[in-house]
Write a protein that binds this ligand. Structure first.
Ligand code: PLP
Ligand code: COI
Length: 341
C-alpha cells in the first residue's frame, strides 16, 4: 500500500474526498447488508425527513498510525454506543454496535492509503452519520433511513498549532434543559453556528455556551467539552444534562485518576468562579485537549494564568498520556484500542 502524497503536517481540519465510504439502508423495518461505494454523493427525495425536519445524528472518531506501524481506532465502541442513544433520542432505528465496528474496519482498510503517518500530527477522522431518507410532510419520524460512514485525513482543529485560545461568552444558547444537547444530532450544531460565526467575526476562537435556563453555568463550545484545573492541580469537569458526554473527557478522567493520580470532580461550574482556575482546556476528538488562555465575558477578561504560553502543566500531562496511548507509545486500558490492520 502506497500512502497518498499529502503535506500531512499542514492539511488542517478539512474534507478530502477519499476512495470508499460505507452505506446501509433501513427499509421495511430492517437494515440491509450494507456495502462500500465510491459514490460520495447522496441522492434523496426533496421531502426527505433530513431536509424538512433535520432528523439526523452523527459521530466523530479518529484512526491513528501507531509507532509500530499498526492502524488503530480509539474507543470506537463508545461512539457506536453513543450513536445508539442519539438514535433513540431522535426516534431513529439504532445501527447495531457490531455492524458499526465492522463498517469502520471496512472503511479504514479500503482507504488505508489515506491514514496519515505516525508522528505527522494528522489522523484519519471517521464520520459515521444517519439520516431520515424517506419523505415526511407531517412532523413525525420517517420510515426509511440511511447510515453512512466516510473518512478524511485531518490535522489540528484549531489553526496555528498549540496556542492559548481566546473564547467569548456570547448571547445565544445551544441547548435547552430537557432538550437534545446531550445527543450528537446535527440540529445542535445548527443551533451553535450563528454564535460561533459571531465569535469568529469578533476575533475569538470559539463561543462558550452557558446553561440556557439561568445563563450562570458553563456548558461547552459548539464542538468540545471544558475541563478546568484548580491552583492545587485538581481537575474540575462541568456537569450538565445538556452537554454532549464526550468520550475524550471520559477517557481523560480515567487517565487523570488512574495514571496521573489526580483528583477529579464533576460538578456544575459557574461562570463567576472561572477566575479561580489555573488552567482551562477544550476536549474532544477534534480538539484533543486545546488550552484556553482567556475567556472574555462582555468585556470582562478571565485569564488562565498557567496557560499563558500554551498548555499548562496538568493539561500537558493529560495530553501526553492520552496521545501516547492513541499512538501506541503507552499501554492503554483494556479495550480502548481497536487494532484494524
Ligand atoms: N461536545 C460537542 C458539542 C462535540 O461536538 C464534541 C465532539 O464530538 C465533544 C463535545 C467531544 O466529544 P468526543 O470527545 O466524544 O469527541
Ligand atoms: C468531533 O470532535 O469529532 C466533533 O464531532 C466535533 C466537530 C466540531 C468536528
Amino acid at each position: 500500500m502506497k500512502r497518498k502524497d499529502l503535506d500531512w503536517e499542514n492539511i488542517g481540519f478539512s474534507y478530502h474526498k477519499t476512495e470508499k465510504r460505507y452505506v446501509a439502508n433501513y427499509r421495511e423495518g430492517k437494515w440491509d447488508e450494507g456495502l462500500l461505494t465510491e459514490d460520495a454523493n447522496v441522492v434523496i427525495n426533496e421531502c426527505a425527513g433530513i431536509l424538512q425536519y433535520c432528523q439526523e445524528i452523527f459521530e466523530g472518531l479518529k484512526v491513528y498510525t501507531t509507532c509500530d506501524g499498526s492502524i488503530v481506532a480509539f474507543r470506537p465502541d463508545q461512539n457506536a454506543k453513543r450513536m445508539i442513544s442519539s438514535a433513540q433520542g431522535l426516534e431513529m432505528p439504532p445501527f447495531p454496535e457490531e455492524r458499526f465496528l465492522d463498517a469502520l474496519d471496512q472503511v479504514v482498510r479500503a482507504n488505508a492509503a489515506w491514514v496519515p503517518p505516525y508522528g505527522s500530527g494528522a489522523t484519519l477522522y471517521i464520520r459515521p452519520y444517519m439520516f431520515a431518507s424517506s419523505s415526511v410532510i407531517g412532523v413525525k419520524p420517517a420510515e426509511e433511513y440511511q447510515f453512512r460512514m466516510f473518512c478524511t485525513p485531518v490535522g489540528p482543529y484549531f489553526k496555528g498549532g498549540v496556542r492559548p485560545l481566546v473564547l467569548c461568552v456570547g448571547d445565544y444558547d445551544r441547548a435547552a434543559p430537557h432538550g437534545t444537547g446531550h445527543l450528537k444530532a446535527g440540529l445542535n450544531y445548527a443551533m451553535s453556528i450563528h454564535a460561533g460565526a459571531q465569535a469568529h467575526r469578533n476575533g475569538y476562537d470559539e463561543n462558550m455556551f452557558l446553561d440556557a435556563a439561568t445563563r450562570t453555568y458553563v456548558e461547552e463550545t459548539g464542538g468540545a467539552n471544558f475541563l478546568f484545573v484548580t491552583k492545587d492541580q485538581e481537575i474540575v469537569i462541568p456537569k450538565s444534562a445538556s452537554i454532549l458526554p464526550s468520550i475524550t473527557r471520559q477517557s481523560l478522567i480515567q487517565v487523570a485518576r488512574d495514571y496521573l493520580d489526580l483528583k477529579v470532580t464533576e460538578r456544575p461550574v459557574t461562570l463567576s468562579e472561572l477566575s479561580d482556575f489555573a488552567e482551562c482546556g477544550l476536549c474532544g476528538t477534534a480538539a484533543v485537549i486545546s488550552p484556553v488562555g482567556k475567556v472574555v465575558d462582555h468585556g470582562k477578561e478571565i485569564i488562565f494564568s498557567e496557560n499563558k504560553n500554551g498548555m499548562g502543566p496538568v493539561i500537558q500531562k493529560l495530553y501526553d498520556t492520552l496521545t501516547g496511548m492513541q499512538q501506541g507509545n503507552l499501554k492503554a486500558p483494556e479495550g480502548w484500542i481497536r487494532h484494524i490492520m
